[in-house]
Design a binder for this molecule. Sequence first.
Ligand code: AMP
Length: 278
Amino acid sequence: MRILETNQDMARACRECPRPLGLVPTMGALHEGHGMLVRRARKENKTVAVSIFVNPAQFGPQEDLHKYPRDLEGDLRLLRREEADLVFVPTVAEMYPPGFDTWVDAGALAGLLEGAIRPGHFRGVATVVTKLLNLTRPDQAYFGQKDGQQVTLVSHLARDLYLGTDIIVVPTVREPDGLAISSRNVFLNSAQRRAAPVVYRALNRAQGLWQKGERDAELLRREVRAVLECEPLIDSIDYVSVAAAESLEELKTVKGRVLVSVAVRLGATRLIDNIILE
Ligand code: AMP
């Protein structure tokens, strides 16, 4: 496994490696969710590259950039175990040198849901993903369904800008109690951690109703919200959305491929999760 720190070294390694090349972009603090992406990439490619970069451009001024968990040693251990070939660990100055000032505007999708709560977040995501894909030119790039809006947006980005990489979406990996695994789960105290699976239970409520034939989207939103509101450790609900998976347009009637997504706050920790109905 080679560790590369500069754009030049990474670009050369990717140019010269056996194809196909799969890229797994991450922000580090790697866990079993990331492990699943790397395993999938390992199965489908001759070379697996992983980037570890906590992208300041996707954090708002009041957000947890400086608190974001970092564990390079642990990350490298996991990546050796999963047999990654190339690990890109650029500094902020390497990715955003003085004079950097070209940004990718991901359009209307970037203003919805997470984007409405976190202004500028998806401009940062779209910009860093474009930079990483242009630098490494992979055949496939792997993203988790856990960040449901991100996969929609990145798929549109790759299509709209002819990035030449197939975007592969990997299902969400969960703890045995249903909580979606996330680097931010370490911030939950033990009572919050016990309460957190309510998020997945709320999503399952929508799925259960849908399986019984319910198609009223507003009713599903209300029911998901009702489950979340029963948990006193949830301090606020940022949104409960029932939207078309492709356009993220809020629906009146559940039809086609539908993304049910929620964001809640437990104390200072924000949890997001989603399921697809199809
Ligand atoms: P992050 O390091 O949080 O930016 O995540 C890097 C990639 O891993 C993103 O594509 C995430 O969607 C994906 N990911 C994070 N957590 C999970 C999970 N529990 N299951 C599947 N994919 C995940």
